[in-house]
Design a protein around this ligand. Structure first.
Ligand SMILES: Cc1cc2nc3c(=O)[nH]c(=O)nc-3n(C[C@H](O)[C@H](O)[C@H](O)COP(=O)(O)OP(=O)(O)OC[C@H]3O[C@@H](n4cnc5c(N)ncnc54)[C@H](O)[C@@H]3O)c2cc1C
Length: 360
């Protein structure tokens, strides 16, 4: 086994780790270690791929909004829009979401123009916002990987980290036959971030992976919904989104689980499809595919970005929850500024809301 030394070693080849690698590689020697044989195999490859800037806690919204320009410049955004669907008895939750997402209320007729298969006997109210955009998440991940590699980063797949020790330089990290010495270790291991902390003898933060399931069903015959907005029920009860001629439908489940290669089950998928169909004039004949991914949350729901208070050479880039794609550019810039010691773009209050020290 030969030792390889870098300034910064990043654990995790999802959007979090790869975007930070792209930001740091022009300024430092960087390596990324990823368990799987491909990047983005877990949460980053399973998302609904939406950019909705007003989704999340205030610090997440700040990251989302600060990410918009970079996502535009990477040419990964395209029009989508988002529509809120309220039924009888849902007024309070509907109005809450209308405010949170700064949506305009439409007439049911206008709602039907966007989604012609809405059932007017069931749907009472419709909210709409055209600022939500689709993200080409694969292009985003690959574009950060390309930037990182061009700037000299090594991105190594099929390298599960199994041991982390303190060394005279900082850290000695073992992944199979690879051993890397690094001054700074960045924990971008998604659902496994607390496990990485335990391996490094760092106090875990209580990150909770939550399973979310997705079904892909055929689009309704005779209707072209390809340009239709994503739709969701008040309080994020369920959602559906056009996807290349088909529809993605989710029960918006948030089942707490241990980190693993997530999969869904028939009952959860049936629940999501039933919730969707309850609002539509059409039913679904068949399932094209189904999957699940883990959305991992810190106890307060904010991302965790920054140096560990007890071991400053250990940097957290975790707790991306359901916002990791849309917040990635600003989150990566923030982590890079902390590692490089440059002044962060975020306010002191936002920085504190994201810092791991808030748990100590
Ligand atoms: C169904 C669903 C819908 C979503 N919709 C959206 C959306 O519309 N918009 C949005 O912005 N976000 C969305 N998200 C959230 C987003 O996908 C995540 O926040 C984001 O992908 C998290 O990225 P990550 O890099 O932290 O985690 P991951 O992509 O899971 O990457 C972490 C990586 O670390 C690796 N790793 C773990 N342990 C080790 C180890 N010991 N050694 C080496 N590597 C290791 C794993 O193999 C994994 O590849 C959604 C998520 C799901 C599941």
């Amino acid at each position: 086994m030969s030792d390889h030394a870098v300034d910064v070693l990043i654990i995790g080849g999802g959007i979090a780790g790869v975007s930070v690698a792209a930001k740091l590689a022009p300024h430092a020697t960087v390596a990324v270690l990823e368990t799987e044989t491909q990047l983005g195999f877990h949460a980053s490859g399973r998302s609904a791929a939406l950019y909705e800037p007003n989704y999340g806690s205030p610090s997440t919204i700040a990251l989302n909004k600060a990410s918009g320009d970079e996502l535009q410049s990477l040419d990964v955004l395209s029009p989508r829009g988002v529509m809120l669907i309220g039924t009888e008895g849902q007024d309070a939750a509907f109005e809450q979401d209308l405010r949170t997402f700064e949506m305009a209320e439409l007439s049911l007729e206008d709602g039907l123009r966007h989604w012609p298969i809405l059932n007017p006997k069931v749907v009472r109210r419709v909210g709409f916002d055209d600022r939500a955009l689709d993200i080409d998440t694969d292009k985003l991940l690959q574009s950060y990987a390309k930037h990182a590699r061009r700037a000299g980063a090594s991105i190594l797949t099929n390298r599960a980290v199994t041991a982390i020790e303190r060394s005279s330089v900082g850290w000695a990290v073992t992944a199979g036959k690879t051993r890397i010495i690094a001054q700074t270790l960045i924990n971008a291991a998604g659902a496994w971030a607390d496990q990485i902390a335990i391996l490094a003898n760092v106090t875990p933060l209580g990150l909770q992976p939550r399973r979310r399931s997705m079904a892909r069903i055929p689009g309704p015959e005779g209707y072209d919904l390809s340009k239709a907005p994503m739709i969701f029920g008040p309080g994020e009860e369920w959602y559906a989104k056009p996807d290349a001629g088909a529809l993605l439908v989710s029960p918006a489940d948030e089942t707490p689980v241990d980190p693993h290669d997530a999969f869904t089950d028939d009952i959860t998928i049936a629940t999501g499809i039933a919730a969707f169909e309850a609002h539509m004039t059409h039913s679904t004949e068949r399932l094209l595919a189904s999957w699940a991914g883990l959305r991992t949350f810190a106890p307060d729901g904010n991302l965790v970005l920054g140096r560990d208070p007890a071991l400053p050479g250990f940097v957290w880039c975790a707790g991306q929850g359901g916002y990791g794609m849309q917040s990635a550019p600003a989150a990566a810039r923030h982590v890079a500024s902390i590692v490089l010691g440059t002044s962060p773009e975020l306010t002191a209050a936002e920085t504190a809301a994201l810092a791991p020290s808030r748990f100590s």
